[in-house]
Design a protein around this ligand. Sequence first.
Ligand code: LMR
Length: 334
Amino acid sequence: MRKVAHYAVLGLALSAGVAWSGVALAQQIVVKFSHVVAPDTPKGKAADKFKELGEKYTNGKVKIEVYPNSQLYKDKEELEALQLGSVQLLAPSLAKFGPLGAREFEAFDIPYIFPDKAALQKVVNGPVGKSLLSKLDSKGIAGLAYWDNGFKIMTSNKPMKTPDDMLGMKLRIQSSKVLEAQMKALGAVPQVMAFSEVYQALQTGVVDGTENTPSNTYTQKVHEVQAHGTITNHGYIGYAVIANKKFWDGLPADVRAGLDKAMAEATVYANDIAQKENDDAMEAMKKSGKIKFHTPTDAERAQWMKALKPVQQEMASRVGKDLIEQINKETGAK
Ligand code: LMR
């Protein structure tokens, strides 16, 4: 008899517990954060950090689901999904905002426009960075932060010491007109392709080579299907973290405060780890013995710069002459 009563109480407690958590779950706000790279990259790790902090600072009111590796959407589709509200957060590379009509972001793709990371940080944290993010408002997008990745290397199956070696090569690029002009300036043939398709395109010879950061090159196993790399550091890859504006602006004030705090801290984290992630990836690729890297001599570097510098002027009408001048002023370039 006593035993039956005990089970009855336990049963009540359990069903009450289930009912309670059911209510809690029903009220939980779900934030889907989609991205195209591997979890083990600067962006992948920062997205996971944002999940950890965002859920903590909102005391369980928010569940953040991170979908890496183009699991949900590829490059172009994820931007459409954000505008439709099928996902709430993305961090596309700055080279992917042109198709949205935000051509100014392609200024970040101009070869050699940032002499180093310090100059880059000055620009994104200054008036240029802020004004670019606010331009997204009219597209139903809230620009939240910039996350760093790094400078790019070139890879292919033949040595690339100078721009002459690029002649006629088919090279995968992100969807940026500046990158298209960059590859043409080298005499190469640019081919826009989603990030998720790059490995297979290189493996099957659909394209001859590509450019990316060491971290992306390594985590996509590009070094396993490319025999040569050149450490050109000719351009930059970084991200704008963006949200569906209606969703973001409509969050309850306390939830929004918690997510803003989480985003600020995840941004510091992202920018802290990016360089090391890239350095480690470079080391790992060198150790693998599968790819041979060339570091240009001063004279070779001068040739890369000479071939690529005209892209800045050529693209001024697309990304904005004033914007380029402002960036050059902030970085201290003449
Ligand atoms: C690429 O598409 O090459 C990369 O920019 C992907 C990324 O998000 O880093």
